[in-house]
Design a protein around this ligand. Structure first.
Ligand code: FAD
Ligand code: SF4
Ligand code: SF4
Length: 384
């Protein structure tokens, strides 16, 4: 029997799933088992869309379709939490299983605090995440730094600190992420600042860190974080969907070291990015937002900001309508609404057509509030 707190290696029993999965396919096999056994009514999968830069989401109800999502996509524009509230009624009327990165998990916790999502109806398979690359930047980096036509790339991976691409002709090329980032390429700026690499508020936290020996690359490290997660792995193993072994103690130590190194790197990027704010944040915000075209994308895509649709574009005492760029209160009000709960997911910034560094501002405000108030309020469930 698997119990909360266990550390395991897990892999899919089915040969096709093992082959298709990123690191042995356990996550896909667990999601499939959850659906087959009717533990859930549907599974949210993330699958390749038009190309490797296009991560798309599908809710599947046929267990045979779960494998469409096998594999990790590091270059999509994706956040799963708001999709559940927008298109799945916050899982209020159905049970769903889904993979979640740290930012997805933090978004869900914030939405649950606002009664926008029913966590009891979700089975959450956490994915450790060292960061992802924005699609436009990924294409630029692959063209300029790898010297490869981005459209020829059929698979990308992040392994042992390298970003690796595989082309349609079967060529592999990897470059260290440190080198890429020194030259201005690499992960999203919000991912670089993230301090939530192992999503322990999910039911399971899965990843490749700490898988050593003959299982390296062929199994996933699973930290069992809840009774629900323990129940899923126990039942899936008993049904023959996955196989497990106890994690190697050396692997557990390595995983801890890598996580700590990533947290230190995150702190370094925070210092770097926040120090670059001129010392007068409001001046910066006013200057940058003066090119805002008031498209509302930053509000519509933020997992912690959701005014009622009918109120979104109404004139209020704070923000008059019909002005572009909008009155500065448009941005002040947005910051006021989200600043204590910004999860640094980066969606506002990435989807802003005017390239305004919105996530930097909201994250700087949240990070300062956390430092100022947390010792008095107690630790938050995550450190974003
Ligand atoms: P699979 O059976 O291949 O299943 C993978 C699941 O992930 C599928 O359900 C798929 O739908 C889902 N998925 C794919 N892309 C995304 C996405 N962008 N967002 C949400 N869900 C997605 N592990 C580490 O230990 N260290 C890391 O630094 C690390 N970084 C990662 C970064 C990203 C962006 C992702 C998606 C994963 C990362 N992982 C990391 C986890 C690792 O790559 C494997 O997903 C994990 O080991 C499970 O392997 P598997 O073979 O069991 O998964
Ligand atoms: Fe303005 Fe950018 Fe927000 Fe659109 S996404 S409203 S342009 S700040
Ligand atoms: Fe994500 Fe931006 Fe909202 Fe913060 S303000 S939670 S970075 S979309």
């Amino acid at each position: 029997m698997v119990a909360k707190g266990d550390m395991l290696y897990a892999w899919a029993s089915d040969a096709a799933c093992l082959e298709k999965g990123e690191c042995g396919g356990a996550v896909t096999a667990l999601l499939k088992y959850a659906l087959e056994s009717k533990m859930v009514d549907g599974v949210l999968t993330v699958k390749k869309g038009a190309d490797v830069y296009d991560a798309s989401v599908e809710i599947v109800t046929d267990p045979a379709d779960v494998e469409k999502g096998a594999g990790s996509l590091h270059c999509g524009t994706l956040l799963l939490s708001k999709i559940l509230t927008k298109y799945q009624d916050g899982a209020n009327n159905k049970k769903l299983a889904l993979p979640v990165k740290g930012c997805d998990m933090m978004g869900l916790l914030e939405l649950a605090r606002r009664n926008q999502v029913n966590l009891d109806n979700l089975v959450l398979i956490g994915l450790n995440c060292g960061g992802s690359v924005a699609p436009v930047n990924a294409r630029k980096m692959i063209s300029e730094k790898f010297g490869i036509d981005p459209s020829d790339v059929v698979k990308e991976e992040i392994d042992k600190g390298q970003f690796i691409v595989i082309t349609k002709d079967g060529n592999h090329k990897g470059i260290s992420i440190d080198e890429l980032e020194e030259e201005g390429y690499g992960r999203r700026s919000n991912c670089r600042r993230c301090l939530y690499k192992v999503p322990r508020q999910a039911d399971l936290a899965c990843g490749n860190w700490g898988v050593i020996g003959d299982k390296a690359g062929k199994a996933t490290f699973v930290e069992v974080c809840s009774e629900k997660g323990a129940d899923l792995v126990s039942k899936a193993e008993a049904a023959g969907a996955v196989a497990t072994s106890a994690a190697d103690p050396k692997g557990i130590a390595i995983r801890g070291k890598v996580e700590n190194a990533m947290l230190k790197l995150g702190e370094k990027w925070r210092k770097h990015d926040f120090a670059a704010l001129s010392g007068n944040l409001w001046d910066d915000i006013q200057k940058e937002t003066s090119r805002c075209i008031k498209c509302y994308s930053c509000i519509e895509n933020c997992p912690v900001c959701f005014p009622k649709e009918e109120d979104l574009k109404k004139a209020t005492t704070m923000v008059p309508t019909g002005q572009v760029p909008p009155n500065p209160m448009f941005h002040m009000r947005r910051l006021a609404h989200i600043s204590d709960s910004c999860v640094n997911c980066g969606q506002c910034e990435e989807l802003c057509p005017m390239d305004i560094p919105l996530a930097l501002y909201s994250h700087a405000v949240r990070a300062e509030a956390d430092t100022t108030y947390l010792p008095k309020l107690g630790e938050a469930p995550y450190k974003n």
